[in-house]
Design a protein around this ligand. Structure first.
Ligand SMILES: *Cc1c(COP(=O)(O)O)cnc(C)c1O
Length: 421
């Protein structure tokens, strides 16, 4: 797993936060650096993941689909089979162990689509920690089922009513809370972004994915895979899937970003693969951000809420710059096609985020030979996306309980049409 040079990966990374938060980040870093080489700590973490989240997750061969596409053998790393339905739980369980060791009793997090909030609420309940989740009032309306579950799990969900009432405002509120409560409280960051040591630490915990892929590939294929493909939002599932292979140059590592509706401003979330991202400092760290002409953070779009993010892991920015990771993107249309293909030919319901990895992986597999192996990280399952997916497949009939959502999707589609898509 990659190590930073004092919090930096090449020119990216660092720690740009108000002075008051520095001691908490230093404490976290000291604790993490002290434990990461301790096999007993790793074993404690793996055991928690096994007992609570069903690890190891399987490596599933897609026999029918590989034959149909006529190229490489395609395998899925099944992070969708984790408790709570995605890889996010790995990271929060790891941070939970650190919280216990630091002697803190309370965790906070911010959440947009609600998946990280839900994972954090689950961890807090399991480990007996007090938990507050900051969420924009607009996002609460849109993602009510996650809010419902977080509250049932005993977490406090705090609506944020400032600005656009979405993720960015929730992040500001969570940081304000942390600055006032840092003695007793840990901030659970959800992806491989933010100030050091979060990118490195989140990648370390998610690295359990690639440790397992390595072992499972050797057992099932008799060698390492030729390519590993993962979708890239903040970058945690990609770093998790790539981490153990960084020193194996024969294993190609491919990250797929959200190409959305095209490369016009505000229509995509492509920061790595198309020269669309520019180096900047925001949200506590330095990386490639989508920016407008005045250097302000730009607008983003993705069919998948989890990929709709303006920054990206400084580790992936660095590895892309170095040529170790190959970045690419998939459009909304390619994503819905890959989504259908996996469902109809293999009976697996992917998250829309993960379907970006599928779209990229299927495309690459077609160009490869049947003796080669591609592993695609299936970061999560699609149940949570039912309304978004229903909107992406407008030709299908609605059952009664979908009617209200259907009316909204018709409006959205009409709006899209007006914009010429
Ligand atoms: C949150 C999420 C992502 C994006 O986050 P990364 O940090 O880039 O992994 C991808 N897939 C699923 C299923 C998610 O919930």
């Amino acid at each position: 797993m990659i190590r930073s040079d004092n919090g930096y990966f090449g020119e990216f990374g660092g720690r740009f936060v108000p002075e008051i938060l520095l001691p908490a980040l230093t404490q976290l870093e000291d604790m993490f650096f002290g434990l990461r080489d301790d096999p007993a700590f790793w074993q404690e973490y793996v055991t928690l993941c096994q007992e609570f989240s069903g690890r190891p997750t399987p490596l599933t061969p897609l026999r029918r689909l590989s034959a149909q596409l006529g190229g490489a053998q395609i395998w899925l790393k099944r992070e969708d089979l984790n408790h709570s339905g995605a890889h996010k739980i790995n990271n929060v369980l790891g941070q939970g162990l650190l919280v216990q060791r630091m002697g803190k009793q309370r965790v906070i997090a911010e959440t947009g689509a609600g998946q990280h909030g839900l994972a954090t609420a689950i961890m807090a309940a399991r480990l007996g920690l007090e938990c507050t989740i900051y969420m924009g009032a607009e996002d609460i309306e849109r993602q009510y089922s996650n809010v419902f579950w977080m509250r049932q799990l005993g977490s406090h969900v705090e609506p944020v009513n400032t600005g656009a009432k979405t993720l960015k405002e929730a992040l500001d509120e969570a940081l304000r809370d942390w600055a006032a409560s840092v003695e007793s409280t840990h901030y659970v960051l959800g992806t491989a972004c933010g100030p050091a040591p979060f990118p490195e630490m989140v990648s370390y915990f998610q690295g359990v994915i690639s440790e397992e892929i390595r072992e499972q590939s050797l057992a099932r294929m008799g060698r390492l895979p030729d390519e590993i493909v993962a979708c890239v939002g903040g970058g945690s599932n990609a770093m998790g899937a790539f981490g153990a292979f960084l020193d194996d140059p024969e294993v190609k590592l491919v990250g797929i970003e959200a190409g959305g509706l095209g490369f016009a401003d505000g229509q995509h979330s492509v920061r790595l693969s198309h020269d669309t991202g520019e180096t900047g400092i925001a949200q506590g760290y330095k990386t490639l951000f989508l920016q407008n002409d005045d250097g302000q953070l730009g607008d983003t779009h993705s069919i998948a809420a989890g990929l709709d993010y303006v920054g990206v892991s400084p580790i992936l920015a660095y590895l892309s710059q170095q040529g170790r990771v190959t970045p690419d993107s998939a459009t909304d249309d390619e994503v819905t096609e890959a989504f259908s293909l996996l469902m109809k030919v293999e009976g697996i319901i992917p998250a829309l985020e993960s379907a970006h990895g599928l779209a990229g992986g299927f495309k690459r597999a077609r160009e490869m030979s049947p003796e080669q192996n591609v592993v695609i990280n299936l970061s999560g399952r699609g149940d949570k996306d039912i309304f978004n997916i229903a909107r992406a497949f407008p030709q299908q009939e609605w059952t009664g309980f979908l009617q209200r959502e259907a009316a909204r999707s018709t409006e959205l589609l009409a709006e899209k049409e007006k914009r010429g898509h």
